[in-house]
Design a binder for this molecule. Structure first.
Ligand SMILES: Cc1cc2nc3c(=O)[nH]c(=O)nc-3n(C[C@H](O)[C@H](O)[C@H](O)COP(=O)(O)OP(=O)(O)OC[C@H]3O[C@@H](n4cnc5c(N)ncnc54)[C@H](O)[C@@H]3O)c2cc1C
Length: 450
């Protein structure tokens, strides 16, 4: 599925559900949202009987395939969150995201999860004047909402990470890089160690209050939590809730010494840019470069990929991007390529929901910034199930109601149009070297409603 999976020791599959069962809390999906929720619920209430139902294997989804940015980036418009809880609540959410990074690191340490975590911060680069204008505007905007950024002078960037063609860069300390599959598999072991049942190869087909219907039997539960992110459309009744957006990655072999010396990048920083079809990258502890970007954005009817297989043209375009940013890596073979889906709500803002009357809950819609967010979402969902009033349950993303995506073929046509416009905008900004953001991108923004 992803390169990260190939680096895990092979272990026997966990059992599938065998007939009907009952539990206090049923969690659907054994990615990080489901696992963090189970972890904090069980720590707070050890007597709870918790069962997780996973269609494939632990970490099969985005949690085992992502770019490994454990970042405080909060997805979506601050104004939309503020409309729900006011400016103070958005500042609290920003701070909670920053603290969640240290919480993940703390738990990994406490549970003996060796996930190659390095808190080296995040570097964002601009590679043409329009990207630089957006980078400056973004930093001004995010600083107003409590984020920490400092500028990196071009000569300093050259010493730190030699990105070809960079015309500006900023640094944010609130980010760590990690090995996604090691984190999710280690967390699953920790959760099982606490006494949670995990059923693999058990696909949920429908949910209602107090019941989970699977292809292996029905589970009755007081609380039913849907933790499916990009796979949400696979469950009856939730098909238009979160759009499964595709993201693709490639990873190189370990870089030879001469390329490593040329590129630098020894501080564990994650690296991104401000293109409309933006890229994200990390340097792994074993000296590779892993780099990701959009690829084919969306499949008709909210379908997902086949076990992470991605198209040749996406691999070729990510490889070109890698070589243009790091010419010294041009001779280094690409070891693996894959893709996965993340969940996008219609208003591009994440949510955590729980209804104590029906016992139904869900968390997700992280739009590609889910690694840290799943931890905060899991703690919040656990508090909501336990009906605790905590700072987490008062955050403005809790209980938001978001309208659904348009039916097909509108949904497909809309997403294709948005990403075609973004790609055209990137090309035009590169060609013109103008400081203005392309009008194609402004049109894409209006269609997407971000
Ligand atoms: C290529 C890629 C790169 C990314 N990079 C980053 C990054 O660097 N930083 C960051 O913050 N975020 C990143 N993200 C997003 C982040 O990985 C996700 O937001 C996060 O992992 C979501 O976790 P989750 O547990 O909610 O969902 P998932 O990890 O997708 O878990 C859902 C689980 O549900 C299972 N499932 C599906 N259907 C059913 C069903 N019907 N019944 C039962 N189980 C089912 C799936 O098999 C899966 O295991 C990336 C995503 C992708 C795809």
């Amino acid at each position: 599925m992803s390169f990260w999976h190939t680096q895990l020791p092979s272990t026997p599959a966990r059992p599938a559900l065998d007939g009907d069962t009952a539990c206090d809390v049923a969690i659907i999906g054994a990615g990080l949202t489901g696992l963090w929720t189970a972890y904090y619920l069980k720590l707070a209430s050890p007597e709870l009987d918790i069962a997780l139902f996973e269609a494939r294997t632990v970490g099969y989804g985005a949690s085992g395939r992502n770019g490994g940015w454990l970042s405080a980036e909060l997805v979506g418009s601050r104004e939309k969150y503020a409309a729900a809880g006011g400016r103070g609540s958005v500042l609290a959410l920003t701070k909670a995201m920053q603290e969640a990074i240290d919480e993940v690191i703390r738990v990994a340490d406490h549970e003996g999860i060796e996930a190659d975590i390095r808190k080296g911060g995040n570097v964002l680069v601009a590679r043409n004047p329009a990207q630089l204008g957006r980078l400056e505007a973004r930093v001004r905007y995010l600083r107003e909402w409590g984020a920490d950024y400092e500028h990196i002078a071009p000569e300093e960037l050259g010493h730190r990470i030699a990105v070809e063609g960079a015309v500006g860069a900023v640094f944010n300390p609130h980010c760590a890089s990690l090995h996604p599959a090691k984190l999710v598999s280690g967390l699953a072991r920790a959760v099982e160690g606490l006494g949670v049942r995990i059923y693999e190869n058990t696909r949920c087909t429908a949910i209602d209050a107090r019941s989970v219907y699977t292809d292996r039997g029905t589970a009755s539960a007081r609380s039913v939590l849907r933790c499916l992110e990009g796979f949400t459309a696979s469950v009856k009744g939730a098909r238009r809730e979160w759009l499964p957006m595709n993201s693709s990655m490639i990873i190189t072999d370990p870089l030879p010494d001469f390329a490593s010396r040329r590129i630098g990048w020894t501080g564990g920083e994650t690296l991104g840019d401000t293109a409309h079809s933006y890229m994200y990258a990390q340097r792994t502890v074993d000296g590779r470069i892993a780099i990701g970007g959009r690829g084919v954005p969306y499949r008709f009817g909210s379908r997902t990929d086949h076990d992470g297989r991605t198209q040749q043209k996406t691999i070729a375009s990510l490889t070109r991007l890698l070589h243009s940013m790091f010419p010294a890596a041009a001779g280094v073979p690409v070891a693996h390529a894959w893709c996965g889906v993340l969940g996008v709500p219609r208003d591009w803002c994440a949510t955590v929901n729980y209804d104590p009357v029906t016992g139904l809950g869900a968390a997700g819609g992280y739009v590609g910034s889910g690694l840290t967010t799943t931890n905060l979402a899991g703690r919040t969902l656990a508090d909501l199930v336990l009906q605790r009033d905590t700072p987490e349950t008062r955050l403005p993303w809790v209980g938001r109601q978001v309208r659904r995506w348009e039916p097909e073929p509108l949904r497909w046509a809309g997403v294709q149009a948005i990403y075609a416009l973004y790609r055209a905008a990137d090309r035009s900004e590169h060609r013109s070297q103008s400081a203005e953001t392309s009008s194609w991108a402004r049109l894409a923004g209006r269609i997407s409603g971000r």
